[in-house]
Design a protein around this ligand. Structure first.
Ligand code: 6PG
Length: 236
């Protein structure tokens, strides 16, 4: 498990924003374009605010295309919308134009199929992202791949409507999520994990427990704050 530990949540947001900028410059240098998948949650929000306050200089924003790793079934102006949060914190402040959201207010199966089509049209089969940001919940979920949910077993589809039932979603709910085949095909996956409530789950990932976040394979690195890292075993 490749892990970078930052002293606190602000340092983590800075490190994540720098990682975003570095990987974007690398992808644009190599291929002229950078496709990035973003996640919801409080940790990316701090990264978006950091990127917005850095301004447009230094990051090739005109060559970056923003996508989402998962979405709640709500319209963009709903407080739970992952797109809405990104819009307020990053897209509007920097006046970004290249983005494609998951349409959370449509029928979830239709919205997932439509998103899959545009992903394939933009990045091939499987879609190959330059960079995917993921978070992890205290139960070990990532994107909207919750423990015990059907999408964990998905091997063919790249975006699905997932029926989940968790205290974190306040009971039964439908979420739209990208799937393991997409995360595994990505050139880089970066988990952003902050807070003491994640310490147990992170230690379980390190010890090889079968949690949804632990199943993501490929070029994966974990950017975490000291509180989340508190129960990790030291590795050489
Ligand atoms: C979502 C997510 C989800 C999130 C984790 C961690 O829409 O809720 O994409 O998987 O990344 O729940 O969220 P925090 O960063 O807020 O802890």
């Amino acid at each position: 498990m490749k892990t970078r530990v930052f002293p606190d949540a602000t340092a983590l947001a800075r490190g994540a924003a720098d990682e975003f900028a570095d990987r974007a410059r690398l992808a644009v240098g190599a291929r002229g374009l950078c496709h990035v998948a973003l996640s919801g949650g409080s940790t990316p929000k701090a990264m978006f605010q950091m990127l917005a306050s850095d301004g447009r200089g230094g990051v090739p924003w005109d060559r970056i295309f923003l996508w989402w790793g998962d979405e709640r079934c709500v319209p963009p102006d709903h407080p739970d919308s992952n797109y809405g949060m990104t819009r307020r914190t990053l897209i509007d402040p920097l006046q970004l134009k290249n983005e494609r959201r998951i349409v959370g207010e449509d029928d979830p199966d239709d919205a997932a199929r439509a998103y899959e089509r545009v992903l394939v049209a933009a990045m091939g089969t499987p879609p190959v992202f330059d960079l995917v940001f993921l978070g992890m919940g205290p139960d070990g979920h990532t994107a909207s791949l919750f423990p015990g949910s059907p999408a964990l077993a998905e091997t063919r589809r790249f975006c699905v409507a997932n029926r989940v039932d968790s205290p974190l979603t306040h009971g039964a709910a439908t979420r739209i999520t990208l799937t393991y085949p997409v995360f595994e095909a990505a050139r880089a996956v970066r988990f952003l994990v902050a807070g003491a409530d994640k310490a147990d789950a992170l230690a379980r990932v390190q010890s090889g427990a079968d949690l949804p976040a632990a199943r993501v394979r490929g070029n994966v690195e974990w950017l975490v704050d000291a509180a989340a890292a508190a129960k990790l075993e030291a590795t050489s």
